[in-house]
Design a binder for this molecule. Sequence first.
Ligand SMILES: Nc1ncnc2c1ncn2[C@@H]1O[C@H](COP(=O)(O)OP(=O)(O)OP(=O)(O)O)[C@@H](O)[C@H]1O
Ligand SMILES: [Mg+2]
Length: 252
Amino acid sequence: MSSTVISIQNLDLFYGAFQALKQVPMTVRGRHITALIGPSGCGKSTLLRTINRMNDLIPGVRVTGSILLDGKDIYAAGTDVCALRKRVGMVFQRPNPFPLSIYDNVAFGLRVAGMSDRCRIESVVEHSLKGAWLWDMLKDKLDHPALGLPLDQQQRLCVARLLAVEPEVILMDEPCSALDPISTAKIEELMLELKKKYTIVIVTHNMQQAARISDYSGYMLLGDMIEFGETASIFTTPKDKRTQDYISGRYG
Ligand SMILES: Nc1ncnc2c1ncn2[C@@H]1O[C@H](COP(=O)(O)OP(=O)(O)OP(=O)(O)O)[C@@H](O)[C@H]1O
Ligand SMILES: [Mg+2]
């Protein structure tokens, strides 16, 4: 069994007075895909965002409990949040390339990190685009605007932009929800390739998608982690009646 990369215990999150996560536990194994499922509003995105402290940006948020990344609490005082977000990157529902060229999108994080060696940057851009399966189709138009690409390529460009800064963990919040079935299949295939090197946590509304690609799944309801385990058992022999109702389509 692979090692634990993220270990979450007793995680509470409040938006002001509203408690969105309740004593949530979760274990994320390295180089596997972990899926978060559950009805709208149950806290999937909130939980995902705690892993790279994106919720810090929302006023009035309070978090208690612990999230260990490689054994270190990411909420401990003195945590370098920028460094954390480099290690734990995020892909969003709608592709969000910057209004820059394809090349500059992928090079962005490197330049922010202070890299100025042009050859190095070029080689990382190529490597990252290859990693997101875009190199062959885009190598002759690296100076074209990223926003002119079809949506699925924009989403994979966002993946390439992350790969350039060598994350350990990739968080994906419904990365296929804006895509058609063929583009979705391509992203799923890419995720299966990426998990050979990276640890992935994905939120999905699509239970078939969770069943197809994830190794572990967590079913959430109203801020509680109802059940967490190997995807094969969650989908075939759920222990909790509420999970059973949800995956059989009786709820949500
Ligand atoms: N910025 C915020 N301020 C206040 N409440 C919020 C905020 N963001 C989310 N919530 C609330 O927290 C709960 C969990 O929301 P969250 O977006 O995490 O759910 P979700 O499972 O991702 O839902 P969906 O499937 O619709 O994306 C919901 O009740 C939501 O209304
Ligand atoms: Mg959400």
